[in-house]
Design a protein around this ligand. Structure first.
Ligand code: PMP
Length: 408
Protein backbone atom coordinates (compact mmCIF):
# COMPACT_ATOMS: atom_id res chain seq x y z
CA UNK A 1 0.00 0.00 0.00
CA UNK A 2 0.96 3.69 -0.15
CA UNK A 3 3.06 5.16 2.67
CA UNK A 4 1.35 7.11 5.43
CA UNK A 5 0.71 10.81 4.96
CA UNK A 6 2.15 11.57 8.38
CA UNK A 7 1.62 15.32 8.17
CA UNK A 8 -2.09 14.74 7.55
CA UNK A 9 -2.23 12.28 10.43
CA UNK A 10 -0.49 14.66 12.80
CA UNK A 11 -3.00 17.37 12.01
CA UNK A 12 -5.66 15.12 13.57
CA UNK A 13 -3.93 15.05 16.97
CA UNK A 14 -4.53 18.32 18.83
CA UNK A 15 -2.16 17.55 21.70
CA UNK A 16 0.85 17.15 19.43
CA UNK A 17 0.80 20.81 18.42
CA UNK A 18 2.39 22.45 21.41
CA UNK A 19 5.72 23.59 22.76
CA UNK A 20 7.27 21.92 25.77
CA UNK A 21 10.07 23.77 27.54
CA UNK A 22 10.40 26.03 24.51
CA UNK A 23 10.69 23.19 21.97
CA UNK A 24 8.09 21.54 19.76
CA UNK A 25 6.74 18.51 21.59
CA UNK A 26 8.25 15.22 20.42
CA UNK A 27 6.05 12.52 21.91
CA UNK A 28 7.89 9.20 22.06
CA UNK A 29 6.12 7.61 25.02
CA UNK A 30 3.53 5.75 23.00
CA UNK A 31 4.08 2.34 24.59
CA UNK A 32 2.93 3.79 27.91
CA UNK A 33 -0.05 5.47 26.29
CA UNK A 34 -0.60 7.12 22.96
CA UNK A 35 -2.37 10.31 21.93
CA UNK A 36 -5.93 10.56 20.58
CA UNK A 37 -7.12 11.78 17.20
CA UNK A 38 -10.05 14.21 16.88
CA UNK A 39 -12.29 11.37 15.71
CA UNK A 40 -11.89 9.60 19.06
CA UNK A 41 -12.19 12.74 21.19
CA UNK A 42 -15.25 13.72 19.20
CA UNK A 43 -16.89 10.29 19.50
CA UNK A 44 -16.62 10.42 23.28
CA UNK A 45 -17.82 14.03 23.43
CA UNK A 46 -20.68 13.36 21.03
CA UNK A 47 -21.93 10.56 23.22
CA UNK A 48 -22.19 12.93 26.18
CA UNK A 49 -23.46 15.85 24.12
CA UNK A 50 -26.04 14.09 22.02
CA UNK A 51 -27.37 10.79 23.27
CA UNK A 52 -25.88 9.73 26.62
CA UNK A 53 -27.93 7.51 28.95
CA UNK A 54 -27.40 4.29 30.82
CA UNK A 55 -27.53 1.27 28.53
CA UNK A 56 -29.45 -2.03 28.31
CA UNK A 57 -33.08 -2.46 29.31
CA UNK A 58 -33.91 1.22 28.87
CA UNK A 59 -37.21 1.81 27.13
CA UNK A 60 -36.55 5.46 26.39
CA UNK A 61 -35.00 6.72 23.20
CA UNK A 62 -31.64 7.87 24.53
CA UNK A 63 -31.01 4.62 26.34
CA UNK A 64 -31.77 2.67 23.20
CA UNK A 65 -29.57 4.89 21.10
CA UNK A 66 -26.71 4.66 23.57
CA UNK A 67 -27.10 0.88 23.83
CA UNK A 68 -26.94 0.61 20.04
CA UNK A 69 -23.73 2.66 19.99
CA UNK A 70 -22.18 0.63 22.82
CA UNK A 71 -23.06 -2.72 21.23
CA UNK A 72 -21.95 -1.33 17.87
CA UNK A 73 -18.52 -0.70 19.37
CA UNK A 74 -18.42 -4.33 20.47
CA UNK A 75 -19.09 -5.41 16.89
CA UNK A 76 -16.32 -3.12 15.66
CA UNK A 77 -13.88 -4.76 18.06
CA UNK A 78 -15.15 -8.18 17.00
CA UNK A 79 -14.37 -7.42 13.35
CA UNK A 80 -11.07 -5.76 14.29
CA UNK A 81 -9.87 -8.99 15.94
CA UNK A 82 -11.74 -11.21 13.47
CA UNK A 83 -13.55 -12.92 16.34
CA UNK A 84 -16.36 -15.25 15.36
CA UNK A 85 -19.08 -13.52 17.39
CA UNK A 86 -19.58 -10.27 19.24
CA UNK A 87 -20.34 -12.18 22.44
CA UNK A 88 -16.65 -13.12 22.55
CA UNK A 89 -15.73 -9.48 23.20
CA UNK A 90 -15.85 -8.42 26.86
CA UNK A 91 -15.45 -4.73 27.69
CA UNK A 92 -13.30 -4.25 30.78
CA UNK A 93 -11.01 -1.58 32.20
CA UNK A 94 -8.00 -2.71 30.23
CA UNK A 95 -5.40 -5.43 29.79
CA UNK A 96 -4.77 -5.69 33.52
CA UNK A 97 -8.39 -6.35 34.32
CA UNK A 98 -8.70 -8.80 31.42
CA UNK A 99 -5.79 -10.92 32.64
CA UNK A 100 -7.07 -10.85 36.22
CA UNK A 101 -10.49 -11.99 35.02
CA UNK A 102 -9.07 -14.97 33.14
CA UNK A 103 -6.83 -15.86 36.10
CA UNK A 104 -9.76 -15.80 38.51
CA UNK A 105 -12.60 -17.14 36.40
CA UNK A 106 -10.98 -19.56 33.97
CA UNK A 107 -7.62 -20.71 35.29
CA UNK A 108 -8.02 -20.82 39.06
CA UNK A 109 -10.82 -23.43 39.09
CA UNK A 110 -8.63 -25.74 36.94
CA UNK A 111 -5.70 -25.78 39.34
CA UNK A 112 -4.46 -28.39 41.78
CA UNK A 113 -1.36 -28.07 43.95
CA UNK A 114 1.71 -28.80 41.80
CA UNK A 115 0.06 -27.71 38.53
CA UNK A 116 1.97 -25.16 36.52
CA UNK A 117 1.25 -21.87 34.79
CA UNK A 118 3.74 -20.80 32.16
CA UNK A 119 4.64 -17.17 31.43
CA UNK A 120 7.85 -15.55 30.13
CA UNK A 121 10.62 -13.34 31.41
CA UNK A 122 9.46 -10.55 29.13
CA UNK A 123 6.08 -10.08 30.76
CA UNK A 124 4.64 -6.85 32.05
CA UNK A 125 3.80 -7.02 35.77
CA UNK A 126 0.13 -7.34 34.82
CA UNK A 127 0.94 -10.70 33.23
CA UNK A 128 2.99 -11.84 36.23
CA UNK A 129 1.30 -10.76 39.43
CA UNK A 130 -2.22 -12.14 38.77
CA UNK A 131 -0.64 -15.56 38.16
CA UNK A 132 1.42 -15.35 41.33
CA UNK A 133 -1.74 -14.53 43.24
CA UNK A 134 -3.55 -17.53 41.71
CA UNK A 135 -0.58 -19.76 42.53
CA UNK A 136 -0.65 -18.58 46.14
CA UNK A 137 -4.32 -19.44 46.43
CA UNK A 138 -4.09 -22.87 44.81
CA UNK A 139 -0.61 -24.29 45.41
CA UNK A 140 0.13 -24.17 41.67
CA UNK A 141 3.57 -23.09 40.49
CA UNK A 142 4.66 -20.36 38.14
CA UNK A 143 7.17 -21.35 35.44
CA UNK A 144 9.03 -18.77 33.38
CA UNK A 145 10.34 -19.03 29.81
CA UNK A 146 13.86 -17.54 29.79
CA UNK A 147 14.96 -14.83 27.40
CA UNK A 148 18.14 -14.75 25.32
CA UNK A 149 20.68 -11.93 25.22
CA UNK A 150 19.08 -10.35 22.13
CA UNK A 151 15.66 -10.20 23.80
CA UNK A 152 14.14 -13.22 22.09
CA UNK A 153 12.51 -15.97 24.10
CA UNK A 154 14.50 -19.18 24.45
CA UNK A 155 12.20 -21.44 22.45
CA UNK A 156 13.99 -24.67 23.27
CA UNK A 157 13.56 -23.90 26.94
CA UNK A 158 9.91 -23.10 26.20
CA UNK A 159 9.37 -26.55 24.70
CA UNK A 160 11.12 -28.17 27.63
CA UNK A 161 8.92 -26.24 30.07
CA UNK A 162 5.68 -27.51 28.53
CA UNK A 163 4.78 -30.51 30.65
CA UNK A 164 1.88 -32.68 31.81
CA UNK A 165 1.55 -30.26 34.69
CA UNK A 166 1.19 -27.15 32.53
CA UNK A 167 -2.39 -25.93 32.76
CA UNK A 168 -2.10 -22.55 31.07
CA UNK A 169 0.25 -20.41 28.97
CA UNK A 170 0.02 -16.62 29.23
CA UNK A 171 2.47 -14.71 27.11
CA UNK A 172 2.95 -11.26 25.65
CA UNK A 173 2.42 -10.86 21.92
CA UNK A 174 4.88 -7.93 21.88
CA UNK A 175 7.17 -6.94 24.78
CA UNK A 176 6.67 -3.42 26.12
CA UNK A 177 10.18 -3.30 27.60
CA UNK A 178 12.20 -4.48 24.58
CA UNK A 179 9.79 -4.52 21.64
CA UNK A 180 10.37 -8.21 20.88
CA UNK A 181 7.60 -9.76 18.80
CA UNK A 182 7.17 -13.28 20.10
CA UNK A 183 6.46 -16.18 17.70
CA UNK A 184 3.06 -16.61 19.29
CA UNK A 185 1.39 -18.52 16.44
CA UNK A 186 3.99 -21.26 16.78
CA UNK A 187 3.93 -21.14 20.60
CA UNK A 188 0.16 -21.60 20.58
CA UNK A 189 0.54 -24.62 18.30
CA UNK A 190 3.02 -26.15 20.71
CA UNK A 191 0.76 -25.50 23.69
CA UNK A 192 -2.39 -26.73 21.96
CA UNK A 193 -0.63 -29.95 20.97
CA UNK A 194 -0.71 -30.61 24.73
CA UNK A 195 -4.23 -29.21 25.23
CA UNK A 196 -2.89 -26.17 27.06
CA UNK A 197 -5.02 -23.06 26.55
CA UNK A 198 -3.27 -19.78 25.81
CA UNK A 199 -3.83 -16.11 26.62
CA UNK A 200 -1.99 -13.46 24.62
CA UNK A 201 -1.30 -10.08 26.20
CA UNK A 202 -1.82 -7.93 23.13
CA UNK A 203 -1.42 -4.51 24.79
CA UNK A 204 1.66 -3.70 22.69
CA UNK A 205 0.61 -5.60 19.59
CA UNK A 206 -2.76 -4.24 18.47
CA UNK A 207 -1.52 -0.68 17.79
CA UNK A 208 1.29 -1.92 15.55
CA UNK A 209 -0.13 -4.46 13.14
CA UNK A 210 -3.17 -6.54 12.20
CA UNK A 211 -4.28 -9.15 14.73
CA UNK A 212 -6.53 -12.06 13.84
CA UNK A 213 -7.50 -14.17 16.84
CA UNK A 214 -8.80 -17.00 14.69
CA UNK A 215 -5.62 -17.21 12.66
CA UNK A 216 -3.54 -17.04 15.84
CA UNK A 217 -5.88 -19.66 17.32
CA UNK A 218 -5.46 -18.12 20.78
CA UNK A 219 -8.02 -18.87 23.49
CA UNK A 220 -7.92 -15.40 25.06
CA UNK A 221 -6.56 -12.06 23.85
CA UNK A 222 -6.30 -8.89 25.97
CA UNK A 223 -5.64 -5.27 25.04
CA UNK A 224 -6.14 -1.71 26.31
CA UNK A 225 -7.94 1.10 24.50
CA UNK A 226 -5.54 3.81 25.59
CA UNK A 227 -2.61 2.28 23.69
CA UNK A 228 -4.71 2.03 20.53
CA UNK A 229 -5.47 5.77 20.10
CA UNK A 230 -8.54 5.24 22.28
CA UNK A 231 -9.54 6.45 25.72
CA UNK A 232 -8.28 5.31 29.11
CA UNK A 233 -10.42 3.16 31.34
CA UNK A 234 -11.62 0.76 28.68
CA UNK A 235 -10.11 -2.37 27.20
CA UNK A 236 -11.00 -5.73 25.81
CA UNK A 237 -10.89 -9.38 26.61
CA UNK A 238 -11.50 -11.66 23.66
CA UNK A 239 -12.37 -15.17 24.81
CA UNK A 240 -13.41 -18.19 22.78
CA UNK A 241 -17.14 -18.59 23.18
CA UNK A 242 -17.05 -22.12 24.58
CA UNK A 243 -14.52 -21.08 27.22
CA UNK A 244 -16.32 -17.89 28.25
CA UNK A 245 -19.57 -19.84 28.50
CA UNK A 246 -18.12 -22.17 31.12
CA UNK A 247 -16.46 -19.46 33.20
CA UNK A 248 -17.59 -18.39 36.64
CA UNK A 249 -18.30 -14.70 37.13
CA UNK A 250 -15.83 -12.51 38.99
CA UNK A 251 -17.62 -9.38 40.15
CA UNK A 252 -21.30 -9.56 40.97
CA UNK A 253 -23.80 -6.80 40.39
CA UNK A 254 -26.21 -5.33 37.93
CA UNK A 255 -26.19 -6.34 34.27
CA UNK A 256 -24.41 -9.65 34.86
CA UNK A 257 -27.46 -11.64 35.94
CA UNK A 258 -30.44 -13.35 34.33
CA UNK A 259 -32.60 -13.36 37.47
CA UNK A 260 -31.88 -12.52 41.09
CA UNK A 261 -33.59 -13.86 44.16
CA UNK A 262 -32.32 -14.44 47.66
CA UNK A 263 -32.63 -18.19 47.12
CA UNK A 264 -30.77 -18.36 43.83
CA UNK A 265 -29.33 -15.97 41.28
CA UNK A 266 -28.84 -17.05 37.69
CA UNK A 267 -26.01 -15.46 35.74
CA UNK A 268 -26.26 -13.88 32.33
CA UNK A 269 -24.54 -15.38 29.30
CA UNK A 270 -21.17 -13.92 28.30
CA UNK A 271 -20.17 -11.19 27.70
CA UNK A 272 -22.70 -9.63 30.13
CA UNK A 273 -21.70 -12.13 32.85
CA UNK A 274 -18.32 -10.42 33.07
CA UNK A 275 -19.53 -6.83 32.77
CA UNK A 276 -21.04 -6.21 36.20
CA UNK A 277 -22.20 -2.68 36.85
CA UNK A 278 -22.42 0.32 34.56
CA UNK A 279 -19.50 0.03 32.14
CA UNK A 280 -17.39 2.79 30.63
CA UNK A 281 -20.10 3.50 28.07
CA UNK A 282 -18.66 6.56 26.35
CA UNK A 283 -15.18 5.05 26.56
CA UNK A 284 -16.24 1.87 24.77
CA UNK A 285 -17.97 3.91 22.08
CA UNK A 286 -14.81 6.00 21.64
CA UNK A 287 -12.74 2.81 21.50
CA UNK A 288 -14.98 1.77 18.60
CA UNK A 289 -14.07 5.07 16.95
CA UNK A 290 -10.37 4.37 17.57
CA UNK A 291 -10.75 1.00 15.89
CA UNK A 292 -12.40 2.71 12.91
CA UNK A 293 -9.57 5.22 12.86
CA UNK A 294 -6.68 2.72 12.82
CA UNK A 295 -8.46 0.62 10.24
CA UNK A 296 -9.01 3.63 8.01
CA UNK A 297 -5.34 4.58 8.30
CA UNK A 298 -4.40 0.94 7.78
CA UNK A 299 -2.48 -1.23 10.19
CA UNK A 300 -0.19 -2.53 7.45
CA UNK A 301 0.79 1.02 6.59
CA UNK A 302 1.27 1.91 10.27
CA UNK A 303 3.45 -1.18 10.75
CA UNK A 304 5.59 -0.31 7.74
CA UNK A 305 5.99 3.31 8.84
CA UNK A 306 6.94 2.37 12.39
CA UNK A 307 9.38 -0.28 11.16
CA UNK A 308 11.17 2.40 9.11
CA UNK A 309 11.31 4.71 12.14
CA UNK A 310 12.60 1.90 14.33
CA UNK A 311 15.32 0.97 11.82
CA UNK A 312 16.38 4.58 11.48
CA UNK A 313 16.42 5.19 15.24
CA UNK A 314 18.25 1.91 15.88
CA UNK A 315 20.91 2.83 13.35
CA UNK A 316 21.37 6.39 14.61
CA UNK A 317 21.28 5.69 18.35
CA UNK A 318 23.27 2.49 17.92
CA UNK A 319 26.06 4.48 16.27
CA UNK A 320 26.53 6.68 19.34
CA UNK A 321 29.41 5.73 21.58
CA UNK A 322 28.40 4.94 25.14
CA UNK A 323 24.83 4.06 24.13
CA UNK A 324 23.75 0.45 24.46
CA UNK A 325 20.50 -0.81 22.93
CA UNK A 326 18.62 -3.52 24.78
CA UNK A 327 16.58 -5.94 22.74
CA UNK A 328 17.97 -6.50 19.27
CA UNK A 329 15.69 -9.30 18.13
CA UNK A 330 15.13 -9.37 14.35
CA UNK A 331 11.37 -9.13 14.85
CA UNK A 332 10.61 -6.01 16.89
CA UNK A 333 7.79 -3.50 17.11
CA UNK A 334 8.06 0.22 17.74
CA UNK A 335 10.15 0.14 20.95
CA UNK A 336 13.75 1.23 21.46
CA UNK A 337 15.14 0.61 24.95
CA UNK A 338 18.62 1.88 25.74
CA UNK A 339 21.08 2.69 28.49
CA UNK A 340 24.11 4.98 28.54
CA UNK A 341 27.49 4.48 30.17
CA UNK A 342 27.57 7.80 31.98
CA UNK A 343 23.98 8.80 32.57
CA UNK A 344 21.21 7.11 34.54
CA UNK A 345 17.97 6.66 32.54
CA UNK A 346 16.24 9.14 34.84
CA UNK A 347 18.81 11.80 33.89
CA UNK A 348 18.42 10.95 30.21
CA UNK A 349 14.65 11.39 30.48
CA UNK A 350 14.98 14.68 32.33
CA UNK A 351 17.43 16.19 29.88
CA UNK A 352 15.39 15.05 26.90
CA UNK A 353 12.29 16.60 28.47
CA UNK A 354 14.13 19.90 28.70
CA UNK A 355 14.28 19.69 24.91
CA UNK A 356 10.64 18.78 24.51
CA UNK A 357 11.30 15.07 23.92
CA UNK A 358 9.02 12.79 25.95
CA UNK A 359 10.33 9.28 26.58
CA UNK A 360 9.79 6.84 29.43
CA UNK A 361 12.46 5.88 31.91
CA UNK A 362 12.34 3.20 34.58
CA UNK A 363 11.60 -0.50 34.75
CA UNK A 364 8.51 -0.24 32.49
CA UNK A 365 6.54 -2.47 34.86
CA UNK A 366 8.81 -5.32 33.81
CA UNK A 367 11.29 -5.61 36.67
CA UNK A 368 12.28 -9.24 35.99
CA UNK A 369 13.46 -8.46 32.46
CA UNK A 370 15.46 -5.46 33.74
CA UNK A 371 17.14 -7.79 36.20
CA UNK A 372 17.82 -10.29 33.42
CA UNK A 373 19.78 -7.62 31.55
CA UNK A 374 21.48 -6.36 34.70
CA UNK A 375 20.05 -2.86 34.49
CA UNK A 376 17.83 -1.17 37.07
CA UNK A 377 16.02 0.76 34.37
CA UNK A 378 16.21 1.80 30.73
CA UNK A 379 15.33 4.83 28.67
CA UNK A 380 12.61 3.86 26.21
CA UNK A 381 11.49 5.64 23.07
CA UNK A 382 8.40 4.14 21.48
CA UNK A 383 6.71 5.05 18.23
CA UNK A 384 3.21 5.59 16.91
CA UNK A 385 1.75 6.30 13.49
CA UNK A 386 2.23 10.06 13.90
CA UNK A 387 5.97 10.05 14.64
CA UNK A 388 8.51 11.26 12.08
CA UNK A 389 12.18 10.86 11.19
CA UNK A 390 12.70 14.47 12.27
CA UNK A 391 11.48 13.44 15.72
CA UNK A 392 14.01 10.61 15.76
CA UNK A 393 16.64 13.24 14.92
CA UNK A 394 15.44 15.31 17.90
CA UNK A 395 15.79 12.24 20.11
CA UNK A 396 19.32 11.63 18.87
CA UNK A 397 20.29 15.29 19.37
CA UNK A 398 18.90 15.08 22.89
CA UNK A 399 20.95 11.98 23.63
CA UNK A 400 24.06 13.69 22.26
CA UNK A 401 23.35 16.55 24.64
CA UNK A 402 23.19 14.05 27.51
CA UNK A 403 26.63 12.77 26.49
CA UNK A 404 28.07 16.27 26.44
CA UNK A 405 26.63 17.10 29.86
CA UNK A 406 27.75 13.83 31.40
CA UNK A 407 31.19 13.93 29.85
CA UNK A 408 30.88 11.23 27.22
N1 PMP B 1 0.80 -5.61 29.13
C1 PMP B 1 1.67 -4.88 28.44
C2 PMP B 1 2.62 -5.57 27.49
C3 PMP B 1 1.68 -3.49 28.60
O1 PMP B 1 2.57 -2.77 27.91
C4 PMP B 1 0.77 -2.89 29.47
C5 PMP B 1 0.76 -1.39 29.70
N2 PMP B 1 2.04 -0.82 29.85
C6 PMP B 1 -0.11 -3.69 30.17
C7 PMP B 1 -0.08 -5.05 29.96
C8 PMP B 1 -1.10 -3.15 31.14
O2 PMP B 1 -2.05 -2.39 30.49
P1 PMP B 1 -3.09 -1.50 31.33
O3 PMP B 1 -2.27 -0.73 32.31
O4 PMP B 1 -3.74 -0.65 30.30
O5 PMP B 1 -4.03 -2.45 31.98
Amino acid sequence: GPPLDVAALRAQFPVLHQQVNGYPLVYLDNAASCQKPEAVIEAEAACYREYYANIHRGVHALSQRCTTAFEGAREKVQRFLNAERDGEIVFLRGTTEAINLVAHSYVEPLLQPGDEILISYLEHHSNIVPWQMVCERTGAELRVIPVQDNGELDLEAFQALLSDRTRFLSVGHVSNALGTVNPVRWMIEQAHARDIPVLLDGAQAVPHGPVDVRELDCDFYAFSGHKLYGPTGVGVLYGRHDLLKGMRPWQGGGDMIRTVSFEKTLYAEPPARFEAGTPNIAGAIALGAAVDWVQAVGLEAIAAHEARLLDYATERLGALEGVRLLGTAPDKAAVLSFVMDEAHPHDIGTILDQQGVAIRTGHHCAEPVMKRFNVPATARASFAAYNTEAEVDALVEGVEKVRELFGG
